[in-house]
Design a protein around this ligand. Structure first.
Ligand code: HEC
Length: 365
């Protein structure tokens, strides 16, 4: 659809060359003197949704601050105390990039490093993915038959009651399980024939050993040591979590190309306006609202802007991709929500053009 509007833009002066620069406010990362900011690029272009971490040991306490990149791979780590920082990129499907030296007030573009294989990628999964690999005794093991039977404490009547100790009211009351320290057996602990033996030794270590031994006893010492030992044995043998963090899983299945329908008929431009910016000569402000009238998400269209002269002849035309016309914080890959609307605001440097009207047109390339 086309929307045509005419507006008065003051005195028209003849100009031969037509020239138009669209200045989306989001093209550059804006930072203050105490921020570090830039763009993260990976093998496939801007790297969206990855962490950028800044860490320092210059201050009284070791400090790390982390942020997530936007749709265009941009990041700003704000309000950092003055210090020298190591900065790097971490994300699902990646391995940590080399740590780069930087300081507040600097632009720093970074390169994300794709994980060479699944095993390397899994090192960065949250602990819970590894934790979910623990295999508790099956339903038939309850009620437990004790040390001379299946090793499960006879007080435990059901698998749910057992899991309650592994999860909410036992081990995880004090610390997570599944992080690197708990899913591996450190070599310094000694030499053991298997995980069961190693666990027998390990939970007797440290100031919390009494609590850990007591907790294991509530589950049934032998069955619990066997369960944890079997888990770390499988991890040591290279078994990986069966499921992956959502982002990575989606990308693996769809090759990162899941995208909403591209149906231009479902879209309309509900309101639009082009005004001269009173504060800046030659600058125009375009505002518009793009509406999705469908009951399902529709992809972000391209927006074509045409400036016309008094005789309705085209002075200049420019097609804008979604990241060029929406605010940098909006994720354009998920589409415009059902019955949703998108505000558009563009600053246009049209100082060298003469225009009397404009047209907006939506399309999918
Ligand atoms: C009362 C709190 C508490 C409970 C309950 C507890 N832990 Fe711990 N756990 C600790 C503390 C504190 C440490 C670290 C210091 C130490 O070694 O005492 C630790 C250390 C560990 C380590 C060693 C990590 C390393 O760095 O090598 C493992 C493995 C572990 N716990 C597993 C368990 C399991 C399995 C359970 C449940 C049966 C459990 N813990 C229950 C407090 C607890």
């Amino acid at each position: 659809m086309r929307i045509k509007q005419t507006l008065l833009l003051g005195v028209a002066v003849a100009a031969a060359a037509a020239y138009l620069t669209i200045m989306p406010l989001n093209a550059q990362v804006t930072i203050d003197a105490d921020d570090i900011g830039g763009v993260v690029t990976g093998p496939a272009g801007p790297e969206a949704g990855v962490w950028v971490i800044a860490e320092t040991t210059d201050l009284g306490t070791k400090m790390a601050k982390m942020v997530v990149t936007d749709d265009q791979g941009r990041y700003v780590i704000p309000d950092l105390p003055k210090a020298k920082y190591k900065v790097w990129v971490r994300g699902y499907g990646l391995v940590d990039s080399a740590k780069v030296d930087s300081e507040p007030g600097k632009q720093l573009n970074l390169t994300a490093v794709k994980a060479p294989n699944e095993k390397a990628a899994a090192e960065y999964y949250p602990a819970i993915y590894w934790y979910s690999m623990i295999k508790p005794p099956d339903q038939a093991s309850f009620p437990g038959t004790g040390p001379t039977g299946n090793g499960v404490n006879p007080n435990i009547k059901s698998q749910g009651q057992y899991l309650d100790i592994v999860k909410t009211n036992g081990c995880v009351t004090c610390h997570q399980l599944g992080n690197k320290a708990t899913r591996t057996i450190p070599a310094a602990l000694g030499n053991f024939a298997n995980g069961h033996e190693a666990w027998t030794r390990r939970i007797q270590s440290g100031q919390a050993s009494t609590n850990m031994v007591n907790t294991i006893d509530r589950m049934g010492t032998q069955a619990a040591l066997k369960m944890f030992g079997d888990w770390t044995d499988r991890v040591a043998a290279g078994e990986l979590p069966a499921s992956k963090p959502t982002l990575q899983r989606l990308c693996a299945v769809a090759g990162c190309s899941i995208r909403p329908l591209r149906d231009v008929a479902a879209l309309s431009i509900d309101a639009s306006d082009l005004q001269a910016d009173p504060a800046h000569k030659g600058l125009l402000i375009l505002t518009a609202t793009i509406r999705n009238r469908a009951a399902y998400p529709i992809g972000y269209p391209y927006l074509e802007l045409t400036l016309t002269d008094a005789a309705d002849q085209v002075v200049v035309r420019r097609a804008l991709s979604p990241p060029e016309y929406v605010s940098g914080t909006v994720n354009t890959t998920t589409g415009i929500a059902p019955n949703g609307e998108i505000p558009v605001k563009l600053f246009i440097d049209a100082s060298a053009t003469v225009q009397a009207g404009y047209r907006l047109y939506l399309f999918f390339p």
